[in-house]
Ligand binder design. Structure first.
Ligand code: KIV
Length: 264
C-alpha cells in the first residue's frame, strides 16, 4: 500500500472514488484503520466525548489533541492523518491558529481541520500559506453548540442554505484541500459537492458527498450515550467487551484463572 497524501484525497473526487474516513484517537485503533486501508484518519476533538466522557467538545485542549495525534501517528503508516484544532486553538487570533496548527503537525498530523466558513477564511488561508493543509468543516459545527442551541441539523431554510453554500465556496477559495459537511440536508450537501472542486466528506449529510466520516466509537458500539440517526453500527463491542470482562471476573472468582499455562 502506498502513503496517502492530500493530493490522493483530492484526486479521488475527480476519479469518482468515494472516500471512507474514520476517527481514531489511539495507537491500536490507528493500526487497525491503516491496515484496513482507510485512506483518511481524523483525530477528532470528539475524543473529548467518546474517550474522556465530556458532554461536548468544548473542553478539549491542544495538549490533549497533541497526545492523541502522537498516538495515532505511531500506529499509522499509510493513511492521511488530519487532526482537529480544538476550541480556542484558532478563534482568538490568526497567530494562535498558525502556531497551534504547527504544534499538531509536530505531533504527527499531516493536515488540520477547523470549524467555520467565511468567518474562518483568513485563518484557513494563513495556515495554508505556511504549507499546512487544511480541511474545513461547516454545517453542524459541534464547537458552536451554544450558538446553535444544541446539535441541530443546519441549513433547513433557504437563507441558511445560501449561507452554507457561500461558506463552502469561501473555504475552498481560502485554500482548503477538502471540507467536512456535518448535519445538513442531503440535497444541500449534493449541491455543495457539485459546486466546489474539493472533496466533501459528509457526516449526517446524505449519500452524495465525495466521502463519509464517522466516529469510530459509534460504528463499533462503544459509545451509546447518544445514537444519532446518521450512524450505522457495525458491531456491538460494548456487549462483546462486557461479556469478556464478566467471563474473566468469573474465572478469577472461581479460581479458573490463572491456570497452569498462565503460571511460571
Ligand atoms: O471531532 C470529530 O470527530 C469530527 C467529525 C465528527 C467530523 O469533527
Amino acid at each position: 500500500m502506498k502513503k496517502i497524501t492530500i493530493l490522493d484525497i483530492m484526486k479521488m473526487k475527480g476519479e469518482g472514488k468515494k472516500i471512507p474516513a474514520l476517527t481514531a484517537y489511539d495507537y491500536p485503533t490507528a493500526r487497525i484503520l491503516d491496515e484496513a486501508g482507510i485512506p483518511l484518519i481524523l483525530v477528532g476533538d470528539s475524543a473529548g466525548m467518546v474517550v474522556a466522557g465530556c458532554p461536548n467538545t468544548l473542553s478539549v485542549t491542544m495538549d490533549e489533541m497533541m497526545y492523541h495525534t502522537r498516538a495515532v501517528a505511531r500506529g499509522n503508516k499509510n493513511a492521511l492523518i488530519v487532526a482537529d484544532m480544538p476550541f480556542l486553538a484558532y478563534q482568538i487570533s490568526v497567530e494562535d491558529a498558525k502556531r497551534n496548527a504547527g504544534f499538531l503537525v509536530r505531533a504527527g498530523a499531516e493536515a488540520i481541520k477547523l470549524e467555520g466558513g467565511l468567518n474562518r477564511a483568513d485563518t484557513i488561508k494563513a495556515i495554508v500559506d505556511m504549507d499546512i493543509p487544511v480541511m474545513g468543516h461547516i454545517g453542524l459545527t459541534p464547537q458552536s453548540i451554544h450558538r446553535m442551541g444544541g446539535y441541530r441539523v443546519q441549513g433547513r431554510e433557504k437563507k441558511q442554505q445560501k449561507k452554507l453554500l457561500g461558506d463552502a465556496k469561501a473555504v475552498e477559495k481560502a485554500g482548503a484541500f477538502s471540507i467536512v459537511l456535518e448535519g445538513i440536508p442531503a440535497d444541500l450537501a449534493e449541491e455543495i459537492t457539485e459546486t466546489i472542486a474539493i472533496p466533501t466528506i459528509g457526516i449526517g449529510a446524505g449519500p452524495r458527498c465525495d466521502g463519509q466520516v464517522l466516529v469510530i466509537h459509534d460504528i463499533l458500539g462503544l459509545y451509546d450515550n447518544v445514537q444519532p440517526r446518521f450512524v450505522k453500527r457495525y458491531v456491538d463491542l460494548k456487549k462483546s467487551i462486557s461479556s469478556a470482562v464478566n467471563e474473566y471476573a468469573d474465572d478469577v472468582r472461581q479460581g479458573r484463572f490463572p491456570g497452569k499455562g498462565h503460571s511460571f
